[in-house]
Write a protein of this length. Sequence first.
Length: 183
Amino acid sequence: MDYVIQDSDVHLLRKAGVPEDDIKHCLKVAEKAIEIAKRTGAVLDMETIGRGALFHDLGKAVTHEIEHGMIGAEAGKKLGLSRAITDIMEKHIRGGLTEAEAKELGLPVKDYRLKTLEEKIVIYADRLVDIIMDGVVAIGSELDAETGFIEILKTHLRYGKNEKTLNRYLGYHKEIQRLINRG
């Protein structure tokens, strides 16, 4: 099933107070996540991917700090978003934290690790869009962000954050690229 980003969802982001730059980012993440999902050839819930990507930074209406994922997920529940979508919103911080990492960062202690391919695709797309929008790769050469992903994350510490986060992102990259390349 194809999924098309809905103007009504973009309106919800604006109404919630998400800054326009963040909305632009969310739109690009949704487009990238849908594109990647199609390329994997896997059977996926495209609405969860598209809407999860679009709403992943809803919490930035309140804060740009690390708790924006948790805040966004709570707001998403109030909007009636599905559990699959609010899980993406809550878990996307640093690519899915362990309980120990959550405690260390002052977040509610629980397991934020990504379990579904839909979650992993959205988080992977989020990182790729950051790389693209930050100008790490030339405009118009988005594929360079994927082909150079490992090297970019290892040389630009802001994308990998720390060793645990870096290894998570590299794992998602390898898993998703395996799916893309098998076709």
